[in-house]
Write a protein that binds this ligand. Structure first.
Ligand code: BGC
Length: 541
């Protein structure tokens, strides 16, 4: 097996609850995912990221864990997970799952024990204080709902620390016992055959007075320890870092190749939307130019959307206001510092823009993650609270409950999208699979092209000058292979004229249309790009 598989893998983020309900109780489950594995193979993805499946009171949709060793019963049992892993592996798919290091649910037995007495051995598992003055330089993340990172616990007679909801007390990483506990948790799931973890909210593990309590050296030291643990015992398994930070602050999470294998590139994501709305490549050039190089064996993870709000933490205040104005004109589309909408509605359900965004997703440096449902252009439900509106049932067919479940509609964990043009009548897997002209087929072809060449995952990245700011043009190069990517970010057609390096052969191939291009000369490529058109042009030197 290739230990560096993640360098060119295509990832698929999947919410078990929302994917497929195999037993008709209205909730998706692990057996449901097993039934749909062939669909994922057909789409061409390599690795599934499962959102949290642990026992949980679901106050934060499973990111509030009450038992790190148990699967939520609605999803099935451990045997179902084992079966899912083996069925996935049999098909050449890998599976990673969420590892929530930073906090537990307040229902976790550790917290229940900790709050009963200062003498409990579990007291030190959490972070306590007599006052709310400690760590006052720390920002609040869930600004819409949390007035403070401290909450008073009556039973404990002290305040406890939490970076997210008050039902999610932070673990205390100064406690050696906590550090050991989490290694044990990792061992448990890795022994079951999981291919790695998407490590949740890692910047916040430690707290230190006088700092903003993010990205601290102590945090990096512990993360290096868990990487050593994985290297020594589970080579080939990966750690994917969720650090919603600027590139220079994410860079240390790769260390010298001794911390995370992968890290989400948060700041590039809103800039894809900015570039598309302004019809200008500058937001992308700006952020990629200030992205430092990472060690050879590491990889960025690029995404367009995920299960959270489209975060606007990594933009300026002015840019945030502008993004809200254009992409979230109604107040209920906003949440915290972000936008709680899905890809297709954000892009006005404009097929050209959706494809173009995917062209960027699949060709910028890094491995792409597709959020379930975005491959068919699913809509959202802004009338559901929190981030639930982007977590609705997967739309498999134009049948009751979108083919997601056989339960009565009022038993579903969330209603199927009921607003046009996103209802299952118009948006569903079966119809798109049957129609070669569908978004699903286009995306599938793009994934297949990507997988046919190493240069997407391994190749270098260089901006090219297409002579016009509306076109994001770049070279990806690996060995003798060269690929020129052209993305017209604007609604107008543009004539593009590009200098070609001498060494290139005379007959470039347009991968998207699978046709030969005939450049006017061996030193220039000139062509017309239609509104929002993208080209992937291969030159073999
Ligand atoms: C997850 C969120 C979750 C939070 C707290 C995140 O970064 O993506 O869905 O609410 O961590 O666990």
């Amino acid at each position: 097996m290739n230990d560096l598989w993640y360098k060119d893998a295509v990832f698929y983020e999947l919410n078990v609850r929302a994917f497929y309900d195999s037993n008709g109780d209205g909730h998706g489950d692990l057996r449901g995912v097993i039934e749909k594995l062939d669909y994922l193979v057909d789409l061409g993805v390599d690795c599934i990221w499962l959102l949290p499946i642990y026992l949980s009171p679901l106050k934060d949709d499973g990111y509030d864990i009450a038992d790190f060793y148990a699967v939520l019963s609605e999803y099935g049992g451990l045997n179902d997970l084992k079966l899912l892993i083996s069925e996935a592996h049999r098909r050449g798919l890998r599976i990673i799952m969420d590892l929530v290091l930073n906090h537990t649910s307040d229902q976790h037995p550790w917290f229940q024990a900790a709050r009963t007495s200062r003498n409990s051995p579990y007291r030190q598992y959490y972070v306590w204080s007599e006052s709310t003055q400690k760590y006052s330089q720390t920002r609040i993340i869930f600004v819409d709902t949390q007035p403070s990172n401290w909450t008073w616990d009556e039973q404990a007679g002290q305040y406890f620390w939490h970076r997210f909801y008050a039902c999610q007390p932070d673990l205390n990483y100064d406690s050696p016992a906590v550090q050991e506990e989490m290694l044990r948790v990792m061992r448990y799931w890795l022994d079951l055959g999981i291919d790695g973890f998407r490590a949740d909210a890692v910047p916040y593990l430690f707290e230190r007075e006088g700092t903003n309590c993010e990205n601290l050296p102590e945090t990096h030291a512990y993360l290096k320890r868990i990487r050593r643990f994985v290297n020594e015992n589970y080579p080939g398994r990966i750690l994917l870092c969720e650090a919603n930070q600027w590139p220079e602050d994410v860079r240390p999470y790769f260390g010298d190749g001794d911390e995370f294998h992968m890290g989400f590139h948060f700041p590039v994501m809103p800039r894809i939307y900015m570039a598309l709305e302004r019809g200008q490549r500058q937001p992308l050039t700006w952020i990629l130019e200030r992205t430092p190089p990472i060690p050879e064996d590491c990889q960025w993870c690029i995404f367009l959307r995920n299960h959270d709000e489209l975060t606007l933490e990594m933009v300026t205040e002015e840019e945030r206001q502008w993004m809200w104005q254009v992409y979230a004109p109604e107040a209920r589309m906003r949440l915290n510092l972000g936008i709680r909408r899905r890809l297709a509605p954000l892009l006005g359900n404009d097929r050209r823009k959706i494809e173009l965004a995917n062209s960027l997703l699949l060709t910028l440096p890094g491995s792409p993650i597709i959020y379930y449902g975005d491959e068919i252009g699913m809509g959202d439900d802004i009338w559901l609270p929190d981030r639930n509106g982007v977590r609705t049932p997967m739309q498999w067919q134009n049948t009751p409950n979108a083919g997601f479940s056989s339960a009565p509609p009022d038993r579903l964990y969330a209603p199927v999208i009921a607003r046009e043009p996103y209802t299952p009548v118009r948006v569903n897997v079966a119809d798109q699979v049957a129609n070669p002209g569908s978004l699903w087929h286009t995306l599938r072809r793009m994934i297949a092209l990507r997988k046919a060449s190493r240069l997407f995952g391994w190749g270098s990245f260089t901006w090219a000058d297409a002579g016009i700011d509306s076109v994001a043009a770049y070279w990806r190069e690996e060995g003798p292979q060269r690929l020129l990517i052209l993305n017209n970010l604007s609604e107008s057609s543009h004539f593009v004229s590009l200098a070609l390096p001498e060494v290139l052969g005379p007959e470039p191939i347009d991968l998207i249309t699978n046709s030969k291009l005939t450049p006017a000369s061996s030193s220039r490529l000139e062509l017309e790009l239609g509104p929002f058109e993208y080209r992937w042009i291969r030159f073999d030197g």
